[in-house]
Design a protein around this ligand. Structure first.
Ligand code: ADP
Length: 456
Protein backbone atom coordinates (compact mmCIF):
# COMPACT_ATOMS: atom_id res chain seq x y z
CA UNK A 1 0.00 0.00 0.00
CA UNK A 2 1.18 3.50 -0.80
CA UNK A 3 0.53 5.89 2.09
CA UNK A 4 2.61 8.77 0.79
CA UNK A 5 0.79 12.09 0.41
CA UNK A 6 2.00 12.44 -3.19
CA UNK A 7 3.18 10.15 -5.93
CA UNK A 8 5.71 12.75 -7.10
CA UNK A 9 7.24 15.89 -5.62
CA UNK A 10 9.38 18.02 -7.90
CA UNK A 11 11.97 20.33 -6.40
CA UNK A 12 11.79 23.19 -8.86
CA UNK A 13 9.10 23.94 -11.44
CA UNK A 14 11.25 24.64 -14.50
CA UNK A 15 11.86 22.64 -17.65
CA UNK A 16 13.39 19.75 -15.71
CA UNK A 17 10.33 19.46 -13.49
CA UNK A 18 7.01 20.20 -15.12
CA UNK A 19 7.04 17.85 -18.15
CA UNK A 20 7.38 14.89 -15.74
CA UNK A 21 4.91 16.47 -13.32
CA UNK A 22 2.31 16.91 -16.07
CA UNK A 23 2.86 13.45 -17.53
CA UNK A 24 2.32 11.82 -14.14
CA UNK A 25 -0.67 14.04 -13.29
CA UNK A 26 -2.27 13.10 -16.63
CA UNK A 27 -2.05 9.43 -15.64
CA UNK A 28 -3.95 10.22 -12.44
CA UNK A 29 -1.02 10.49 -10.02
CA UNK A 30 -0.90 13.13 -7.28
CA UNK A 31 1.85 15.64 -7.93
CA UNK A 32 3.32 18.55 -5.97
CA UNK A 33 5.72 21.04 -7.51
CA UNK A 34 7.77 23.27 -5.20
CA UNK A 35 9.47 26.41 -6.45
CA UNK A 36 10.12 29.69 -4.62
CA UNK A 37 9.15 31.53 -7.82
CA UNK A 38 5.59 30.21 -7.45
CA UNK A 39 5.32 29.99 -11.25
CA UNK A 40 6.31 27.43 -13.81
CA UNK A 41 9.12 27.51 -16.35
CA UNK A 42 12.11 28.27 -14.13
CA UNK A 43 14.98 30.47 -15.17
CA UNK A 44 14.50 29.98 -18.90
CA UNK A 45 11.42 32.19 -18.90
CA UNK A 46 12.33 34.25 -15.83
CA UNK A 47 15.69 35.52 -17.07
CA UNK A 48 17.15 33.22 -19.71
CA UNK A 49 16.40 31.87 -23.15
CA UNK A 50 12.99 33.42 -23.80
CA UNK A 51 13.58 37.06 -22.74
CA UNK A 52 17.10 37.16 -24.16
CA UNK A 53 15.79 35.98 -27.51
CA UNK A 54 12.94 38.51 -27.37
CA UNK A 55 15.60 41.23 -27.36
CA UNK A 56 17.93 39.38 -29.67
CA UNK A 57 15.38 38.90 -32.43
CA UNK A 58 14.66 42.63 -32.33
CA UNK A 59 18.36 43.27 -32.80
CA UNK A 60 18.42 40.73 -35.65
CA UNK A 61 15.53 42.47 -37.45
CA UNK A 62 17.31 45.80 -37.08
CA UNK A 63 20.54 44.28 -38.40
CA UNK A 64 18.63 42.73 -41.26
CA UNK A 65 17.22 46.07 -42.33
CA UNK A 66 20.60 47.77 -42.10
CA UNK A 67 22.28 44.93 -43.99
CA UNK A 68 20.16 45.52 -47.06
CA UNK A 69 21.40 48.09 -49.56
CA UNK A 70 17.83 49.28 -50.28
CA UNK A 71 16.75 50.43 -46.78
CA UNK A 72 17.79 53.76 -45.29
CA UNK A 73 17.25 53.20 -41.58
CA UNK A 74 19.86 54.53 -39.25
CA UNK A 75 17.70 55.33 -36.20
CA UNK A 76 18.29 52.62 -33.61
CA UNK A 77 15.25 50.93 -32.05
CA UNK A 78 13.90 52.34 -28.80
CA UNK A 79 15.45 49.96 -26.25
CA UNK A 80 12.88 50.72 -23.53
CA UNK A 81 10.15 49.58 -25.91
CA UNK A 82 12.12 46.47 -26.75
CA UNK A 83 12.32 45.68 -23.04
CA UNK A 84 8.59 46.35 -22.62
CA UNK A 85 7.86 43.98 -25.50
CA UNK A 86 10.14 41.34 -23.96
CA UNK A 87 8.22 41.71 -20.68
CA UNK A 88 4.94 41.21 -22.54
CA UNK A 89 6.21 37.97 -24.12
CA UNK A 90 7.18 36.69 -20.67
CA UNK A 91 3.74 37.63 -19.26
CA UNK A 92 1.92 35.85 -22.09
CA UNK A 93 3.92 32.72 -21.47
CA UNK A 94 3.31 32.85 -17.70
CA UNK A 95 -0.44 33.12 -18.36
CA UNK A 96 -0.22 30.18 -20.74
CA UNK A 97 1.52 28.09 -18.07
CA UNK A 98 -1.13 29.08 -15.49
CA UNK A 99 -3.82 27.80 -17.84
CA UNK A 100 -1.93 24.55 -18.48
CA UNK A 101 -1.61 24.02 -14.74
CA UNK A 102 -5.28 24.82 -14.11
CA UNK A 103 -6.34 22.37 -16.84
CA UNK A 104 -4.96 19.48 -14.76
CA UNK A 105 -7.24 20.33 -11.84
CA UNK A 106 -6.40 19.13 -8.35
CA UNK A 107 -4.11 16.32 -9.50
CA UNK A 108 -1.23 18.77 -9.46
CA UNK A 109 -0.30 21.63 -7.11
CA UNK A 110 2.39 24.26 -7.33
CA UNK A 111 3.47 25.85 -4.05
CA UNK A 112 5.97 28.69 -3.80
CA UNK A 113 8.33 27.09 -1.35
CA UNK A 114 12.02 26.38 -1.11
CA UNK A 115 12.58 22.68 -0.59
CA UNK A 116 15.02 20.65 1.51
CA UNK A 117 15.47 16.90 1.14
CA UNK A 118 15.00 15.10 4.46
CA UNK A 119 15.04 11.44 3.42
CA UNK A 120 14.42 9.46 0.21
CA UNK A 121 10.67 10.06 0.48
CA UNK A 122 10.40 13.25 2.53
CA UNK A 123 10.80 16.91 1.66
CA UNK A 124 10.51 19.95 3.93
CA UNK A 125 9.51 23.21 2.34
CA UNK A 126 9.42 26.74 3.56
CA UNK A 127 6.94 29.30 2.28
CA UNK A 128 6.55 32.91 3.42
CA UNK A 129 4.13 31.76 6.13
CA UNK A 130 5.03 28.20 7.14
CA UNK A 131 7.44 25.28 7.17
CA UNK A 132 5.90 21.92 6.25
CA UNK A 133 6.96 18.36 5.64
CA UNK A 134 5.49 16.25 2.83
CA UNK A 135 6.11 12.72 1.61
CA UNK A 136 6.10 11.19 -1.85
CA UNK A 137 6.77 7.87 -3.51
CA UNK A 138 9.17 9.63 -5.88
CA UNK A 139 11.11 12.90 -5.75
CA UNK A 140 12.44 14.68 -8.83
CA UNK A 141 15.39 17.01 -8.25
CA UNK A 142 15.12 19.83 -10.79
CA UNK A 143 16.40 22.90 -8.99
CA UNK A 144 18.30 24.13 -12.04
CA UNK A 145 21.32 26.38 -12.05
CA UNK A 146 22.36 29.86 -10.99
CA UNK A 147 24.75 32.56 -12.11
CA UNK A 148 28.33 31.92 -10.97
CA UNK A 149 29.87 34.87 -9.13
CA UNK A 150 33.69 34.74 -9.12
CA UNK A 151 35.67 36.27 -6.23
CA UNK A 152 36.63 39.49 -8.03
CA UNK A 153 36.95 42.72 -6.03
CA UNK A 154 34.05 45.06 -6.75
CA UNK A 155 31.91 42.36 -8.39
CA UNK A 156 28.83 44.14 -6.98
CA UNK A 157 29.38 46.89 -9.54
CA UNK A 158 28.57 44.45 -12.36
CA UNK A 159 25.19 43.57 -13.77
CA UNK A 160 24.26 40.02 -14.75
CA UNK A 161 21.91 38.52 -17.33
CA UNK A 162 19.19 38.72 -14.61
CA UNK A 163 19.46 42.53 -14.59
CA UNK A 164 18.94 42.54 -18.36
CA UNK A 165 16.30 39.89 -18.85
CA UNK A 166 14.09 39.52 -15.75
CA UNK A 167 10.54 40.89 -16.00
CA UNK A 168 10.86 44.66 -15.35
CA UNK A 169 14.65 44.44 -15.39
CA UNK A 170 16.93 46.96 -13.74
CA UNK A 171 18.71 47.73 -17.04
CA UNK A 172 16.31 49.46 -19.42
CA UNK A 173 18.74 51.69 -21.27
CA UNK A 174 21.71 50.81 -23.41
CA UNK A 175 25.11 52.03 -22.21
CA UNK A 176 27.46 53.73 -24.65
CA UNK A 177 30.30 51.38 -23.72
CA UNK A 178 29.92 47.85 -22.32
CA UNK A 179 32.59 45.59 -20.84
CA UNK A 180 31.66 41.92 -20.78
CA UNK A 181 33.51 39.65 -18.36
CA UNK A 182 33.43 36.18 -19.90
CA UNK A 183 33.59 35.06 -23.52
CA UNK A 184 31.14 32.15 -23.16
CA UNK A 185 27.74 31.90 -24.77
CA UNK A 186 25.88 34.38 -22.53
CA UNK A 187 28.62 36.99 -22.76
CA UNK A 188 28.87 36.69 -26.53
CA UNK A 189 25.10 36.69 -27.05
CA UNK A 190 24.74 39.98 -25.16
CA UNK A 191 27.90 41.39 -26.76
CA UNK A 192 26.62 40.76 -30.29
CA UNK A 193 22.99 41.76 -29.75
CA UNK A 194 23.91 45.02 -28.00
CA UNK A 195 26.63 45.75 -30.52
CA UNK A 196 24.00 45.38 -33.24
CA UNK A 197 21.98 48.03 -31.38
CA UNK A 198 24.90 50.45 -31.42
CA UNK A 199 26.76 49.72 -28.17
CA UNK A 200 30.57 49.79 -28.13
CA UNK A 201 31.41 46.36 -26.65
CA UNK A 202 34.63 44.75 -25.40
CA UNK A 203 34.76 41.15 -24.16
CA UNK A 204 37.34 40.03 -21.58
CA UNK A 205 38.13 36.30 -21.57
CA UNK A 206 40.77 34.70 -19.36
CA UNK A 207 41.24 31.71 -21.71
CA UNK A 208 43.07 32.01 -25.00
CA UNK A 209 39.95 31.40 -27.11
CA UNK A 210 36.36 32.61 -27.06
CA UNK A 211 33.82 29.89 -26.14
CA UNK A 212 36.39 28.11 -23.95
CA UNK A 213 35.90 24.38 -23.76
CA UNK A 214 34.34 24.20 -27.20
CA UNK A 215 35.98 22.71 -30.29
CA UNK A 216 38.75 25.21 -31.22
CA UNK A 217 37.82 25.08 -34.93
CA UNK A 218 34.21 25.91 -34.17
CA UNK A 219 35.17 28.67 -31.71
CA UNK A 220 37.56 30.17 -34.31
CA UNK A 221 34.84 30.21 -36.96
CA UNK A 222 32.45 32.00 -34.58
CA UNK A 223 35.16 34.44 -33.44
CA UNK A 224 36.13 35.31 -37.02
CA UNK A 225 32.52 36.01 -37.86
CA UNK A 226 31.88 38.32 -34.91
CA UNK A 227 30.99 41.79 -36.05
CA UNK A 228 33.93 44.03 -36.76
CA UNK A 229 34.10 46.48 -33.94
CA UNK A 230 33.54 44.11 -31.02
CA UNK A 231 36.70 44.30 -28.94
CA UNK A 232 38.02 40.96 -27.70
CA UNK A 233 40.72 40.65 -25.04
CA UNK A 234 41.92 37.05 -24.72
CA UNK A 235 44.15 35.83 -21.91
CA UNK A 236 42.77 38.75 -19.90
CA UNK A 237 42.12 38.13 -16.22
CA UNK A 238 39.81 40.70 -14.66
CA UNK A 239 40.94 41.44 -11.12
CA UNK A 240 38.81 44.39 -10.03
CA UNK A 241 35.84 46.55 -11.00
CA UNK A 242 35.33 49.89 -9.31
CA UNK A 243 32.19 51.94 -8.70
CA UNK A 244 32.91 53.97 -11.86
CA UNK A 245 32.80 50.81 -13.99
CA UNK A 246 36.52 50.77 -14.56
CA UNK A 247 37.76 47.24 -15.21
CA UNK A 248 41.25 46.32 -14.03
CA UNK A 249 42.72 43.31 -15.76
CA UNK A 250 46.06 41.61 -16.26
CA UNK A 251 47.26 40.40 -19.61
CA UNK A 252 50.72 39.06 -20.56
CA UNK A 253 51.99 40.11 -17.14
CA UNK A 254 50.81 43.71 -17.50
CA UNK A 255 48.16 45.38 -15.36
CA UNK A 256 45.69 47.32 -17.53
CA UNK A 257 42.59 49.46 -17.09
CA UNK A 258 39.47 49.67 -19.26
CA UNK A 259 36.81 52.34 -18.77
CA UNK A 260 33.21 51.26 -19.41
CA UNK A 261 29.73 52.61 -18.65
CA UNK A 262 28.39 49.22 -17.67
CA UNK A 263 30.04 45.89 -16.84
CA UNK A 264 28.26 42.60 -17.52
CA UNK A 265 29.37 39.57 -15.54
CA UNK A 266 28.97 36.43 -17.66
CA UNK A 267 31.38 33.91 -16.18
CA UNK A 268 29.03 30.93 -16.29
CA UNK A 269 26.32 29.10 -14.38
CA UNK A 270 26.51 26.29 -11.85
CA UNK A 271 23.98 23.64 -10.71
CA UNK A 272 21.87 24.48 -7.65
CA UNK A 273 21.55 21.51 -5.30
CA UNK A 274 18.72 21.46 -2.77
CA UNK A 275 19.79 21.22 0.86
CA UNK A 276 19.91 17.63 2.03
CA UNK A 277 21.28 16.17 -1.23
CA UNK A 278 24.73 15.78 0.29
CA UNK A 279 23.50 14.24 3.55
CA UNK A 280 21.59 11.65 1.50
CA UNK A 281 24.85 10.65 -0.22
CA UNK A 282 23.70 11.74 -3.69
CA UNK A 283 26.91 13.62 -4.52
CA UNK A 284 30.36 12.55 -5.65
CA UNK A 285 33.58 13.56 -3.90
CA UNK A 286 33.63 16.85 -5.87
CA UNK A 287 30.15 17.79 -4.68
CA UNK A 288 28.39 17.02 -7.98
CA UNK A 289 25.11 15.15 -8.21
CA UNK A 290 25.66 11.61 -9.49
CA UNK A 291 23.08 11.00 -12.22
CA UNK A 292 22.74 7.76 -14.14
CA UNK A 293 20.97 7.02 -17.42
CA UNK A 294 17.33 8.03 -17.43
CA UNK A 295 17.78 10.51 -14.54
CA UNK A 296 18.41 7.88 -11.84
CA UNK A 297 20.38 8.71 -8.69
CA UNK A 298 21.90 6.63 -5.90
CA UNK A 299 18.42 6.48 -4.28
CA UNK A 300 15.80 4.45 -6.15
CA UNK A 301 13.04 6.94 -5.27
CA UNK A 302 14.98 10.05 -6.30
CA UNK A 303 15.46 11.21 -9.89
CA UNK A 304 17.08 14.28 -11.42
CA UNK A 305 16.62 16.26 -14.64
CA UNK A 306 17.75 19.54 -16.15
CA UNK A 307 20.53 21.96 -15.28
CA UNK A 308 21.03 20.36 -11.86
CA UNK A 309 22.72 17.44 -13.63
CA UNK A 310 25.42 19.89 -14.79
CA UNK A 311 25.68 18.33 -18.25
CA UNK A 312 23.77 20.09 -21.03
CA UNK A 313 22.27 23.18 -19.41
CA UNK A 314 19.59 23.73 -22.02
CA UNK A 315 15.84 24.01 -21.60
CA UNK A 316 15.08 21.42 -24.28
CA UNK A 317 17.59 19.00 -22.72
CA UNK A 318 15.81 19.53 -19.38
CA UNK A 319 12.33 18.87 -20.80
CA UNK A 320 13.50 15.74 -22.63
CA UNK A 321 15.26 14.43 -19.49
CA UNK A 322 12.16 15.21 -17.45
CA UNK A 323 9.98 13.16 -19.80
CA UNK A 324 12.45 10.28 -19.55
CA UNK A 325 12.09 10.41 -15.75
CA UNK A 326 8.29 10.24 -16.10
CA UNK A 327 8.56 7.24 -18.44
CA UNK A 328 10.98 5.48 -16.08
CA UNK A 329 8.77 6.11 -13.04
CA UNK A 330 5.68 4.86 -14.88
CA UNK A 331 7.51 1.76 -16.15
CA UNK A 332 9.09 1.04 -12.75
CA UNK A 333 12.48 0.57 -14.45
CA UNK A 334 14.81 2.45 -16.79
CA UNK A 335 13.17 2.27 -20.20
CA UNK A 336 14.08 5.76 -21.45
CA UNK A 337 17.66 7.01 -21.59
CA UNK A 338 18.38 10.37 -23.18
CA UNK A 339 21.33 10.30 -25.54
CA UNK A 340 23.18 13.62 -25.10
CA UNK A 341 24.72 13.14 -28.56
CA UNK A 342 21.32 13.85 -30.09
CA UNK A 343 20.63 17.11 -28.25
CA UNK A 344 21.36 20.19 -30.36
CA UNK A 345 22.55 23.48 -28.92
CA UNK A 346 22.63 26.97 -30.37
CA UNK A 347 24.49 30.09 -29.38
CA UNK A 348 22.39 33.03 -30.53
CA UNK A 349 25.27 35.27 -31.44
CA UNK A 350 25.77 37.09 -34.71
CA UNK A 351 26.80 34.88 -36.45
CA UNK A 352 24.52 32.26 -34.96
CA UNK A 353 26.36 29.06 -34.05
CA UNK A 354 24.94 25.60 -33.43
CA UNK A 355 26.18 22.05 -32.97
CA UNK A 356 25.07 18.53 -32.17
CA UNK A 357 26.94 15.33 -31.32
CA UNK A 358 30.70 15.07 -31.74
CA UNK A 359 33.33 16.93 -33.73
CA UNK A 360 36.42 15.40 -35.33
CA UNK A 361 38.46 16.22 -32.20
CA UNK A 362 35.88 14.49 -29.93
CA UNK A 363 35.79 11.42 -32.18
CA UNK A 364 39.59 11.24 -32.30
CA UNK A 365 39.71 10.99 -28.49
CA UNK A 366 37.33 8.01 -28.80
CA UNK A 367 39.59 6.40 -31.43
CA UNK A 368 36.98 6.74 -34.19
CA UNK A 369 38.31 7.33 -37.68
CA UNK A 370 36.36 10.27 -39.03
CA UNK A 371 35.06 11.49 -42.33
CA UNK A 372 34.40 15.25 -42.49
CA UNK A 373 32.53 17.25 -45.13
CA UNK A 374 31.54 20.90 -45.30
CA UNK A 375 29.64 23.42 -47.38
CA UNK A 376 30.32 27.15 -47.09
CA UNK A 377 27.28 29.40 -46.83
CA UNK A 378 28.36 31.89 -49.45
CA UNK A 379 27.18 29.47 -52.19
CA UNK A 380 23.60 29.41 -50.91
CA UNK A 381 20.76 31.30 -52.53
CA UNK A 382 19.27 31.93 -49.10
CA UNK A 383 22.31 33.64 -47.62
CA UNK A 384 22.83 35.64 -50.81
CA UNK A 385 19.19 36.83 -50.71
CA UNK A 386 19.60 37.83 -47.07
CA UNK A 387 22.98 39.40 -47.82
CA UNK A 388 24.62 37.46 -45.01
CA UNK A 389 26.98 34.92 -46.61
CA UNK A 390 29.22 34.13 -43.62
CA UNK A 391 29.36 30.59 -42.27
CA UNK A 392 29.22 26.91 -43.12
CA UNK A 393 27.68 23.53 -42.43
CA UNK A 394 30.17 20.86 -41.35
CA UNK A 395 29.35 17.19 -40.85
CA UNK A 396 31.37 14.53 -39.00
CA UNK A 397 30.80 10.84 -39.55
CA UNK A 398 32.34 7.49 -38.77
CA UNK A 399 34.60 6.66 -41.74
CA UNK A 400 33.84 2.92 -41.69
CA UNK A 401 30.04 3.09 -41.69
CA UNK A 402 29.44 6.63 -42.92
CA UNK A 403 27.16 7.14 -39.93
CA UNK A 404 26.59 10.79 -39.04
CA UNK A 405 27.95 11.43 -35.52
CA UNK A 406 28.11 15.19 -35.30
CA UNK A 407 27.66 18.52 -37.02
CA UNK A 408 28.09 22.22 -36.59
CA UNK A 409 26.50 25.11 -38.39
CA UNK A 410 27.76 28.66 -38.12
CA UNK A 411 25.85 31.51 -39.79
CA UNK A 412 22.37 32.58 -40.68
CA UNK A 413 19.62 30.32 -39.26
CA UNK A 414 22.12 27.87 -37.77
CA UNK A 415 19.69 27.08 -34.95
CA UNK A 416 17.02 26.01 -37.45
CA UNK A 417 19.39 23.86 -39.46
CA UNK A 418 20.87 21.97 -36.54
CA UNK A 419 17.43 20.51 -35.71
CA UNK A 420 17.40 18.55 -38.97
CA UNK A 421 20.88 17.22 -38.22
CA UNK A 422 19.94 16.27 -34.65
CA UNK A 423 16.99 14.28 -36.00
CA UNK A 424 19.28 12.57 -38.51
CA UNK A 425 21.72 11.58 -35.75
CA UNK A 426 18.91 10.40 -33.48
CA UNK A 427 17.56 8.20 -36.27
CA UNK A 428 20.99 6.72 -36.99
CA UNK A 429 21.32 8.25 -40.47
CA UNK A 430 24.47 8.00 -42.56
CA UNK A 431 25.94 10.95 -44.44
CA UNK A 432 24.58 9.26 -47.61
CA UNK A 433 21.08 9.34 -46.08
CA UNK A 434 21.50 13.06 -45.42
CA UNK A 435 22.64 13.53 -49.04
CA UNK A 436 19.43 11.90 -50.26
CA UNK A 437 17.19 14.52 -48.61
CA UNK A 438 15.64 17.10 -50.94
CA UNK A 439 16.38 20.11 -48.73
CA UNK A 440 14.17 22.95 -49.87
CA UNK A 441 15.29 25.62 -52.28
CA UNK A 442 15.97 28.48 -51.69
CA UNK A 443 16.49 27.86 -47.95
CA UNK A 444 19.69 27.63 -45.92
CA UNK A 445 18.95 23.90 -45.35
CA UNK A 446 20.32 23.25 -48.83
CA UNK A 447 23.82 23.62 -47.38
CA UNK A 448 23.22 20.43 -45.35
CA UNK A 449 22.63 18.15 -48.34
CA UNK A 450 25.25 20.03 -50.35
CA UNK A 451 27.84 19.22 -47.67
CA UNK A 452 26.71 15.57 -47.54
CA UNK A 453 26.74 15.24 -51.35
CA UNK A 454 30.43 16.09 -51.53
CA UNK A 455 30.97 12.57 -50.22
CA UNK A 456 28.65 10.52 -52.41
P1 ADP B 1 15.76 23.42 -15.31
O1 ADP B 1 15.64 23.89 -16.75
O2 ADP B 1 16.89 22.53 -15.08
O3 ADP B 1 14.47 22.95 -14.76
P2 ADP B 1 15.45 26.09 -14.21
O4 ADP B 1 16.52 26.98 -13.70
O5 ADP B 1 14.70 26.55 -15.39
O6 ADP B 1 16.17 24.72 -14.47
O7 ADP B 1 14.40 25.80 -13.05
C1 ADP B 1 14.82 25.45 -11.77
C2 ADP B 1 13.87 26.04 -10.75
O8 ADP B 1 14.17 25.48 -9.48
C3 ADP B 1 13.97 27.54 -10.57
O9 ADP B 1 12.72 28.15 -10.87
C4 ADP B 1 14.33 27.74 -9.09
O10 ADP B 1 13.62 28.81 -8.48
C5 ADP B 1 13.90 26.42 -8.47
N1 ADP B 1 14.61 26.03 -7.23
C6 ADP B 1 15.92 26.20 -6.94
N2 ADP B 1 16.21 25.71 -5.71
C7 ADP B 1 15.05 25.21 -5.20
C8 ADP B 1 14.67 24.57 -3.98
N3 ADP B 1 15.56 24.27 -3.00
N4 ADP B 1 13.37 24.24 -3.80
C9 ADP B 1 12.46 24.49 -4.77
N5 ADP B 1 12.76 25.05 -5.94
C10 ADP B 1 14.03 25.43 -6.16
Amino acid sequence: MNDYEYDLITIGAGGGAYPAAFQLARTGQRVLMLDPKGVMSGNCLAEGCVPSKAIREGAELYRGVRRMPYFRTEAPPDYRSMVAFKDSVQQVRYQQHDQELASLGDRIRLIDGIATLLDPHTVAFETKSEVRTVTAKYILLASGSDISIPPITGIEHCVTSRDLFAVSPTVTELPAKLAVIGGGYIGLEVATMWHALGVDVTVFEVANQLLPGMDPGFAKLVAEGLAQGIGVELGAEVTEIDDRHRVKYSKLGKSLLFEADLVLLATGRHPVLPLGAEALGLLDERGRLVVGPGGTTKERSIFAAGDITGTQMLFHAATRESLAVAHNILAGRTVDRVDPQTIPATIFTFPEAAWVGSTRADLATRGIETVEVAAPFDHEARTQILNEPYGEVRLFGEARSGRLLGAWVVGKEAGQLIGELATAIALGATIADVASVADQHPLAHEAISRAARTLV
